[in-house]
Ligand binder design. Structure first.
Ligand code: NAG
Ligand code: NAG
Ligand code: NAG
Ligand code: NAG
Ligand code: NAG
Ligand code: NAG
Length: 447
């Protein structure tokens, strides 16, 4: 009995080990955003990292140049969790600016003499940023909150690292937006206090860990694009590229680009379109795909500055389908947008089921027209490095395919585990019937 129990424990441990191994190998690339602003001035960031993941080495090099000489007072606002999606979801970027949960942060970024935004900083562990700053400044962090800071006298002839911990909304009674708004109030209070004390500072806002995990498929450190798919499928088609004055300015790729005007689906991704009429400039991009069957698809994109993130965002403003002299126009229902130097990726963009695109016209003749794009990726700005898509901003938000796979796998493992446990218990029970005429075995109560 004891033997069977310990062997079942071994099996249990093996199971748990296996589970961990599974999650470790299936882990996704994690990033956190990082914002730096300063009352003095910051060295410029090499622009090559825009739209890509900033590695830890790049950050180390940057902080070395920023904190190279003299004493610095650094405020580290370290939120339990943070992802760039938090800025898009709670930043009010596409709604009312008054609606933003980051008003103080936004004001600080705008009023500071210089600021640097790293939308995707490679994340390895929750202690990395703190130990990096500790090393660069040569001081230990001092944990403060707005109240203790008001009583603190700061010696500006030495370096100071002031750590302000901020909560995130998981498991909180308040809504996410309220928590982030409260954090923003704390940031505003602390910055005002520094101003009142007349202490020059450099502030950093980042997360202890990411609040969302982006699945590996949409992220790659290698030249980004379809290269991952290319490795898996040999017959992957090249993206549609529109060149203007010698360089690529719009790229589009889709597994299926299906349209229906008469209840019959036609997959346009199998045909080669003409791109005549397409254009792009710094604020607008228009991609016109004209097919020999008389069907035309127009993708209109624009980019503009949204102050909350102190950066440009691009939106896919409309998709138009023209056929037989009629036009059906579709617009993004939840906003199809990404940081301007990113690409936008969505596993499914359609106009009828959980629709990302909604019809935007009154033409009765086209109410039956449908769009269904599978594994769709588009980029209309910031294609600086030629023929590859930049880092993809995924429409799926939190529930990326990676997370779904993880969830389903863990449910399956749990089921197997419970089933295994059930079997082991069954086995123990069977021992009783070895000798049906003898007294039943009594198991001493150990727990
Ligand atoms: C401020 O720091 C410097 C350098 O560590 C030190 O020499 C000086 O005495 C400190 N001043 C006060 C008021 O603590
Ligand atoms: C567009 O430009 C890219 C390089 O930027 C080049 O590889 C491609 O062949 C060009 N396509 C056309 C149709 O000119
Ligand atoms: C994509 O289109 C092909 C035909 O071109 C079709 O066989 C396939 O089922 C489509 N895939 C999806 C997911 O709709
Ligand atoms: C539906 O329209 C497409 C073109 O959009 C055409 O090729 C196809 O033959 C039409 N099918 C029917 C059943 O009318
Ligand atoms: C870009 O093109 C759009 C549409 O043609 C035009 O309205 C806009 O003024 C242009 N912007 C610039 C900066 O050229
Ligand atoms: C709808 O179709 C009919 C017949 O094809 C045409 O006469 C009419 O002008 C169309 N309506 C619109 C708004 O295009």
């Amino acid at each position: 009995m004891a033997g069977s129990r310990s062997s079942s424990q071994v099996r249990l441990m093996a199971f748990i080990g296996f589970l961990f191994a599974l999650f470790a190998t299936g882990s996704s690339t994690a990033q956190v955003p990082l914002l730096i602003w300063s009352s003095d001035g910051l060295p410029p960031l090499a622009s090559s990292s825009a739209g890509h993941i900033t590695s830890k080495d790049q950050l180390t090099a940057y902080l070395t140049s920023a904190f190279g000489s003299g004493p610095h007072t650094v405020l580290l606002f370290l939120q339990d969790k943070l992802s760039k999606d938090d800025f898009t979801v709670y930043g009010g970027a596409f709604g009312n600016k008054q609606d933003s949960a980051f008003q103080n942060l936004e004001a600080a970024l705008q009023s500071s003499s210089s600021s640097v935004t790293l939308p995707a900083l490679e994340w390895s562990s929750s202690t990395a940023i703190l130990s990096l700053l500790q090393e660069k400044l040569g001081v230990s962090p001092l944990l403060v909150d707005a109240d203790t800071l008001s009583h603190l006298s700061i010696n500006t002839s030495a370096s100071n690292l002031l750590l302000i911990n901020l909560p995130y909304c998981t498991g909180s009674q308040k809504s996410c937006k309220e928590v982030l708004h409260d954090n923003d109030e704390t940031i505003g209070k602390v910055l005002n206090m520094m101003k009142a004390k007349n202490v020059p500072y450099t502030a950093i806002y980042t997360g202890l860990q990411p609040s969302r995990v982006i699945s590996e498929t949409s992220v790659s450190n290698q030249p980004v694009g379809r290269s991952l798919l290319q490795a898996a499928e040999t017959t992957v088609k090249p993206p549609i590229m529109f060149n203007m004055s010698g360089s690529t300015c719009i790229m589009l790729w889709a597994q299926n680009l299906s349209i229906s005007t008469n209840n019959t689906w036609v997959d346009l991704a199998t045909q080669t379109p003409s791109l005549s009429g397409s254009m792009c400039n710094t604020s607008n991009s228009l991609l016109i795909l004209s097919y020999s069957s008389g069907i035309t698809l127009r993708f209109a994109m624009s980019q503009r500055l949204y102050p909350v993130s102190a950066r440009n965002w691009f939106t896919l403003d409309s998709v138009e389908l023209q056929f037989g002299g009629q036009t059906a126009s579709f617009i993004g229902s939840r906003g199809i947008y990404a940081p301007a130097e990113y690409s936008f990726h969505c596993q499914s963009v359609n106009s009828f089921q959980d629709a990302l695109l909604v019809p935007n016209n009154t033409n009765q003749n086209t109410t039956q027209w449908r769009l269904n794009f599978v594994d769709f990726q588009i980029q209309g700005f910031g294609l600086s490095n030629g023929t590859n898509f930049s880092y993809a901003s995924d429409c799926a938000g939190f529930f990326t395919p990676g997370i779904w796979m993880g969830l389903l796998t863990s449910l399956l493992m749990l089921y197997i585990f419970v089933y295994g446990l059930h079997m082991i218990m069954q086995l123990n029970t069977m021992d009783r019937f070895d000798d049906p005429k003898g007294p039943s075995i009594s198991v001493p109560q150990t727990e």
